[in-house]
Design a protein around this ligand. Structure first.
Ligand code: FES
Length: 161
């Protein structure tokens, strides 16, 4: 049955724009965006964790929205993709300038095993782009809010180490 499906599939290519570069990708039978990023394009900064949309290790941006690439079918992708490899910026002098979230992770020594860290940074970057001055729980006292580390403000990010 699977062989027939492969033989009858209408093979065509689709264009993906990832981190400012355009790629022609074969629209093979349904596969998640994560496989294309990691296995075909070598963008291995995006990690596989649960494979079910829960852990956030595979988070990338599509048009600025944080998306779980493990549960995003390739054929549904429309828009500019940004992975952790594209989060930092190229300065005018050609040096790499870390995204403020990457800089904060470094300065606060956030990494543990680091498997899910790229997903956390991508989620934080998308979150902060929409909420530039997050305050955390509105019911907390203002002095408690100042103590909240960034990762506690992130929605649905789970570190399992
Ligand atoms: S690997 Fe995608 S959410 Fe866990």
């Amino acid at each position: 049955m699977i062989a027939i499906y492969y033989l009858t599939w209408d093979w065509k290519n689709m264009k993906l724009r990832i981190n400012g570069t355009e790629y022609d990708i074969a629209e093979e039978p349904p596969r998640p965006l994560l496989w294309v990023l990691r296995d075909e394009l070598g963008l291995t900064g995006t990690k596989f964790g649960c494979g079910a949309g829960f852990c956030g290790s595979c988070t990338v941006h599509i048009d600025g929205e944080a998306v779980r690439s493990c549960v995003t079918p390739l054929t549904t992708v429309a828009g500019e993709i940004r992975t952790i490899e594209g989060l930092s910026l190229m300065a005018e002098d050609g040096t790499i300038q870390l995204h403020p979230v990457q800089q904060a992770f470094l300065e606060d020594q956030v990494p543990q095993c680091s498997w899910c860290m790229s997903g956390q940074m991508m989620t934080a970057a998308a979150f902060l782009a929409k909420n530039p001055a997050p305050t955390g729980d509105r019911n907390r006292r203002s002095d408690e809010r100042k103590l909240l580390p960034l990762w506690l403000l992130l929605p649905r990010e789970k570190c399992s180490c």
